[in-house]
Write a protein that binds this ligand. Structure first.
Ligand code: DAH
Length: 368
């Protein structure tokens, strides 16, 4: 075969094959064109290649070289067509970009519970007034919850219907050593025991503490005056839940014992506290009351523009309580107070119903 005939056939293929690939509108059409032009068995390129052996021997190198060039050009035209069809089947770039109307994967940051936030602030305020933080267990015996606080056995506050008594493994009888649960956390200079507390009477059974006043006793048993502590924590009473009551709630207890402490110290401390916790326009009022562990005792009310709100109780520590922990009431006097933390929190945030605080509804809690 003459070289020119061979080259003419190659040129014809080079004209047709890329055009056919370019015209293929889908994968099936492209595949058909591929089989037609470069199919391994019966493709037209293969047929032309067979003619190579018939080319004059002297021209064969030139023919082979041209064959390879054309083969490569056709194959890359095929590849280009493959890519063209593939990119056409992908979504367009515009369609792939983010759709701003789809709800996102928003990661919510956690936050402290409003009661915890309130407690942190109360500790901070009272810390500035020189009070350190003490702690006590939520399961108490009757010594700490009642007896040492001058609440005798026949007192209505000990009524089983007013308390959550616990049946523990000992059949409800405590060990009577009066020293259960977590130790009071106090600064190291206060850990000295002085003087020895009165020997405890047996503590017959345990209960969920009904007041944080228990920590007064625990703190005084481990410190010598001056004592200046607060304790914030949970207390439990079988109250029916309503907008202002819940069977579990929080109190801030305060206790100051030193020489020459008076009711004036109590009132000025609470006034300073109220102004820091709320605002300068808060007023504070004492109403006469009775608590077994204080004498005299008062109810503490606070008011803003909209009337008085009862925030807790307070008074001068009863000499019997000082004696129960081994302090000499002739030498020392003290004041104590117990405020409701839910009330403080509700007032600060305008919460009308304290039950909201314990539903654990994130939509409510995340507002604070
Ligand atoms: N423990 C009392 C209660 O839960 C509140 C209270 C009143 C605490 C007078 C005190 C106090 O420290 O002095 O109702």
């Amino acid at each position: 075969m003459a070289l020119s005939d061979f080259l003419t056939e190659l040129d014809a293929l080079l004209g047709e094959a890329p055009a056919a690939f370019g015209a293929a509108g889908d994968a099936a059409a492209l595949e058909a064109a591929r089989v037609q032009f470069v199919g391994a068995k019966s493709g037209r390129l293969k047929a032309v290649q067979k003619g190579l052996a018939a080319v004059d021997k002297a021209d064969r190198p030139a023919a082979g070289k041209r064959f390879n060039e054309v083969k490569q050009a056709i194959e890359s035209a095929h590849q280009a067509a493959v890519e063209r069809l593939a990119s056409a089947s992908r979504p367009a770039a515009a369609a792939r970009c983010a759709d701003p109307t789809v709800p996102g994967d928003c990661r919510r940051l956690g936050r402290l519970h409003p009661i915890t936030q309130t407690i942190e602030e109360l500790k901070e305020i009272m810390g500035r007034l020189g009070f350190s933080v003490a702690d006590g267990p939520e399961i108490e015996d009757q010594w700490y919850n009642f007896e040492a606080l001058n609440i005798p056995a026949d007192h209505p506050a000990r009524n089983p219907l007013e308390n959550f008594y616990l049946e523990l493994g000992d059949g409800g009888r405590g060990t009577g050593d009066g020293n259960h649960g977590t130790a009071v956390e106090l600064p190291s200079q206060h850990t000295q025991q002085y003087p020895a507390p009165r020997p405890h009477p047996p503590a017959p059974s345990f209960l969920l503490r009904s007041q944080t006043s228990t920590v007064q006793i625990r703190a005084m048993e481990r410190m010598r005056p001056p004592v200046r502590i607060i304790s914030c924590g949970r207390v439990y009473r079988p109250d029916t839940a309503d907008a202002t009551h819940f069977p579990m709630f929080h109190q801030m207890e305060g206790l100051l014992v030193d020489r020459g402490v008076t009711m004036a110290d109590l009132k000025s401390t609470l006034r300073l506290f109220a102004r820091s916790a709320f605002a300068d326009d808060v007023h504070i009022r004492f109403r006469p009351s009775f608590f077994p562990f204080t004498e005299p005792s008062v109810e503490v009310d606070m008011s803003w523009a909209d009337g008085w709100i009862e925030m807790g109780g307070a008074g001068m520590v009863d000499p019997n309580v000082l004696q129960a922990v081994g302090y000499d009431p002739e030498e020392y006097s003290g004041f104590a107070f117990g405020l409701g933390i839910e009330r403080i929190c509700a007032r600060r945030h305008g919460i009308a119903d304290i039950r909201e605080l314990f539903k654990n509804d994130v939509r409510f809690l995340q507002q604070f």
